[in-house]
Design a binder for this molecule. Sequence first.
Ligand code: FAD
Length: 436
Amino acid sequence: MTVGQPDAVVVGAGVIGAAVALELARTGRQIVVVDKGGAAGHGSTSASSAIIRFNYSAFDGVATAWEARHLWATWPEHLRLTTRRPLAAFRRTGAVLLDAPGPAPSGVAALFDRAGVPYERWDAATLRRHLPGIDPGRYGPPKPVDHDAFFAGPTGELGALFTPDAGFVDDPQLAAQNLADAAAELGARFLFHHTVVGVDRRADRVTGIRLADGGRIAAPVVVNAAGPWSGGLNRLAGVGGDFTIGVRPLRQEVHQVAAPGGCGTGPGPGPVIADPDLGTYLRAATGGHLLIGGTQPACDPLEWIDDPDEADPRPTVHRFRAQVTRAARRFPGLTVPNRPTGIAGVYDVADDWTPIYDRTALDGYYVAMGTSGNQFKNAPLVGRFLAALVDRVEAGHDHDHEPVRHRCEHTGNVVDLGAFSRRRPVGAGTSRTVMG
Ligand SMILES: Cc1cc2nc3c(=O)[nH]c(=O)nc-3n(C[C@H](O)[C@H](O)[C@H](O)COP(=O)(O)OP(=O)(O)OC[C@H]3O[C@@H](n4cnc5c(N)ncnc54)[C@H](O)[C@@H]3O)c2cc1C
């Protein structure tokens, strides 16, 4: 396959790559997006729980999620599509962030205050009033469900932070398709069923990519948005030597069960529940179901894998039992079926579970990677981050020494993109879990 020279190639048409393509197209660039899959959003995006919440360990993470939420809430306006198509929808359910084991989460509240995220502090009585089916007992830290200690009585009661503006996107794959359609309307071309097998360079400058069928696409800018395959693409590009942050693919299951009563107050879907005390999260799904995921409790082994293509997409009995039993401890009306139902996806986990949105030492080669199971919510804004980075760096700005700052259109917050640098100090106060 031979393609006329675009201004930029984006590798990956997941929710991140499609968002990057849209925002780069909006800068007037000719864009080609290459994906080995058959359509936008068929990679790890397709398995996403697509929860939109705002609690992250650092201000820039909170401010990013809060701004991106406004883009989901005004999705048609964000996309500016000129033709009618089915659109993904943001469901505003609110999110209940139960207290984590240890001291009360005053740090999160302080970040919400600074970023302007509305929240309420709930005690156990308020939790019971809003969620009649909940057991607000304090059981943490999480324990394996086959240990007696798991069934020990509570040591007290939990409170929570409630953020009324949180929720979820009902169809993550469709959201990626919406972004791709909007980019295509601006002239972006999507090449599906094509695998990038090489990155061309001349000295320290990227010059394009090579495809498995022998084709080449020359371009002065290449963006790695390859999801869990991003580390492999960097190796092909000979990039990564100056990164302080590594990435690794992690298989992760999300289970689906019938929702018991008492997970919400009204007829609509109940709130998202983040439960670090037991090590799970829950959100409503279609047909009266719940999605149940995990928050990587320290007592559970992590399932690191070498090749994302080898990840078995089927749920396993033992992980299903662990996650659903934990959720059933919190909502005793929930029954744990014998047969596992759900899916497995793959996270592109960065060492500190914070993404890398940055230039690299190879001029013209950018990365939007390391999304660590927590960046679906930020995707529309990540497109803007990458467009700003490409614009500024290609114009000669030294982002490594003076990080680009992004002023958020809706919230007015300023995000320092240095927070997502490939060269940031590792371990600077993050949760080191999917919570970010
Ligand atoms: C189970 C699960 C639950 C999650 N839940 C949430 C959540 O509730 N909230 C949240 O905010 N985030 C969540 N996430 C994280 C979020 O979904 C991801 O961060 C996001 O979808 C990653 O998008 P992406 O575009 O980077 O990757 P992908 O969707 O994986 O896209 C990468 C694309 O690159 C293509 N590609 C890779 N290598 C090549 C190559 N060499 N040549 C051509 N194409 C290539 C692939 O085919 C793929 O389509 C979850 C993730 C998982 C797996």
